[in-house]
Design a protein around this ligand. Structure first.
Ligand SMILES: Cc1cc2nc3c(=O)[nH]c(=O)nc-3n(C[C@H](O)[C@H](O)[C@H](O)COP(=O)(O)O)c2cc1C
Length: 293
């Protein structure tokens, strides 16, 4: 039985934080409440984990699922060659949401490094039923990797402008739609100026069943967490290579889903991240911030 918090509960103040709009957040609270584990109430779910671990068909369908497009041009992504001039500490201290970029193109090599080091395959481990399980650069609940990345390229050296899909298994970009989608992307992302400035926009989606078949309602939490991990990984890989990044949670969901030609339910849009080469001013700002530590 779903737990339904009463409206009066939701409007109570806690720890002095009075949110007059709490009632408008009701669905969020309702979801969170109903995806909580309980020692007794979740026994059936934990049993389900054991069952799927030993079911080769389920594993093939979900755990080894990689999205790929047939009959589209493919651009191989080179092996990573990554020599950041910065230490890890410098990268962490330098990371900011950068909304001003230089007009220079993003170098294809840096762009490729960023994709492969953010969500590419970085290892494998043997799985109970035989074949290996691939592992990626960002952590993922149950190693299910529900996310997909669709780069919209506006200005990346040697890459044709257009909408691409990052095919993780074949380490390549798949050109889904050639064309200049700068103005359309600006409009899809609520007219945020940062899009117009950028050299590329990464649109992150989730193939929800990859996680939900195992974790059921709690799977949606994990999908959002996975997107956060991937987002941070993208930020750090960008900063390490003098690229600026800015996460964008504001976009028109239905329109973005139509743009990507995804159904919005089994695969749904979650997040955008703009990228572009940092300007001298961006560097100076992050240096100033570093000095305040
Ligand atoms: C989930 C999420 C959504 C965000 N959405 C937007 C957005 O739509 N537009 C924007 O300009 N910045 C957005 N940001 C960036 C935040 O404003 C930024 O991370 C925050 O101000 C802290 O600054 P910093 O990233 O430079 O440390 C988003 C960040 C996150 C994590």
């Amino acid at each position: 039985m779903p737990v339904i918090p009463s409206t009066s509960e939701l409007t109570k103040s806690r720890d002095g934080i009075e949110n007059p709009h709490r009632e408008d957040s009701w669905l969020g609270y309702l979801y969170h409440e109903n995806s909580k584990y309980g020692r007794r109430k979740s026994l059936k779910e934990f049993y389900h984990f054991g069952q799927i671990r030993n079911d080769p068909d389920t594993i093939k369908t979900f755990i080894r699922h990689f999205k790929g497009y047939d009959d589209v041009p493919k651009i191989e992504l080179p092996m990573v060659s990554f020599n950041s001039p910065y230490s890890f500490e410098e990268i962490v201290l330098k990371r900011r949401s950068v909304r001003d970029y230089s007009n220079e193109p993003i170098s294809f090599e840096r762009f490729a490094n960023l994709l492969v080091l953010s969500y590419g395959i970085t290892g494998s481990m043997p799985y109970d039923v035989g074949e290996d399980q691939f592992l990626r650069a960002a952590p993922s609940a149950g190693a299910l990797y529900p996310l997909e990345i669709y780069p919209v390229v506006f200005n990346v050296s040697t890459l044709e402008k257009g909408l691409y899909h990052f095919n993780v298994k074949d380490r390549c970009l798949e050109l889904l739609k050639p064309g200049d989608f700068l103005k359309e992307s600006f409009s899809l992302f609520c007219d945020q100026e940062v899009v117009l400035q950028s050299g590329a926009l990464l649109i992150i989606t989730a193939m929800t069943d990859r996680s939900m078949y195992k974790y059921k309602n709690r799977g949606m939490r994990f999908i959002y967490m996975d997107a956060g991990h991937l987002g941070q990984q993208i930020y750090l890989c960008a900063t390490a290579q003098d690229l600026g990044a800015c996460a964008l949670g504001g976009f028109y969901d239905y329109e973005v889903e139509k743009f990507l030609d995804i159904d919005g339910f089994y695969e749904t849009a979650l997040y955008g991240i703009t990228l572009g080469p940092m300007t001298k001013e961006d560097h100076e700002t992050s240096n100033d911030l570093r000095e305040t530590f």
